[in-house]
Design a protein around this ligand. Structure first.
Ligand code: CIR
Length: 260
């Protein structure tokens, strides 16, 4: 079966999204929609099926759907977002998952209040889940995730993060499991068995598209060269309007792979 992404089209109110570590800049909602279409198209061109979650126009950050659910193989864990403005996004993600669950053999669990966890704080490398301890994800949320994952053979490693919004704003992983990050924004690179520093902030976020291919922002050309030099095929997309909201290529989708 083809891999699948879940996505949600951007709200016309995208410009009102939350900001924590960067200053607000003007956002062009029309350009954001065009960029989002290009992002989704990159997956479709690389063999991915696309499922759209219902629009949530009252939620400026709703397009960052990765924060509302995390897939661990056939287990979907709905999150408990750490900022109040985003808590209403989870219900529509849950409804989409419910409609897919039986056909795709997905089990659905959830993180519950008072625990908080944003999907952008979960970096999976093999059967290890590194989970950022951030302004959005707390100890209680991580403990709930640990209780779900450890019986299923996962290791959960909490990682304090202070310099960026989410763990995955600072680090992601290449298909071979090498963790990549822009070192000035990584609290402690020694957490990861293999760490590769990259030269540009917007080069840290990669999505494994399969077939030795990674998707990344077009705003990091030197990092793209670095990845190509490691034998990867690199697909780039402009996502400037989402980067202005502390978003990146990972946050804009939930990837479902290996389902039967
Ligand atoms: C927020 O602050 O929640 C949004 N403006 C950005 C969310 C980005 N999501 C992610 O890194 N996973």
């Amino acid at each position: 079966m083809s891999p699948r992404i879940l996505v949600r089209r951007p709200s016309p109110r995208l410009a009102d999204g939350e900001l924590t570590h960067i200053d607000r800049q003007p956002v062009d909602a029309d350009l954001a929609l065009t960029q989002w279409q290009g992002y989704v198209g990159a997956f479709a061109e690389n063999g991915w099926d696309v499922t759209e979650i219902a629009p949530a126009d009252d939620h400026p950050d709703g397009v960052f759907v990765e924060d509302t659910v995390v897939m661990f193989g056939d287990l979907a864990v709905l999150t408990s977002p750490g900022t109040a403005s985003r808590r209403g996004e989870v219900a529509s993600t849950a409804a989409t998952l419910a409609s897919l669950a039986v056909g795709l053999g997905i089990e659905v669990a959830r993180i519950a209040e008072p625990g908080h966890l944003d999907g952008g704080d979960v970096l999976k490398v093999g059967r290890t889940a590194y989970v950022g301890l951030t302004s959005r994800t707390d100890e209680a949320g991580i403990e709930q995730l640990r209780a779900l994952l450890e019986p299923r053979g996962w290791k959960v490693v909490a990682v304090p993060v202070s310099k960026v919004l989410h763990l995955k704003s600072g680090v992601t992983a290449l298909p071979d499991g090498t963790v990549v990050g822009y070192q000035p924004l990584v609290d402690d690179p020694t957490v990861y068995p293999r760490f590769l520093p990259v030269p540009e902030e917007h080069g840290t976020a990669v999505v494994d598209l399969g077939e030795n291919t990674v998707l990344m922002s077009s705003d990091a050309p030197r990092t793209a060269e670095l990845y190509a030099g490691r034998g990867l095929r690199v697909v780039t997309v402009p996502i400037t309007e989402f980067e202005k909201l502390e978003g990146c290529v990972t946050c804009l989708s939930v990837r479902m792979r290996g389902l039967t």
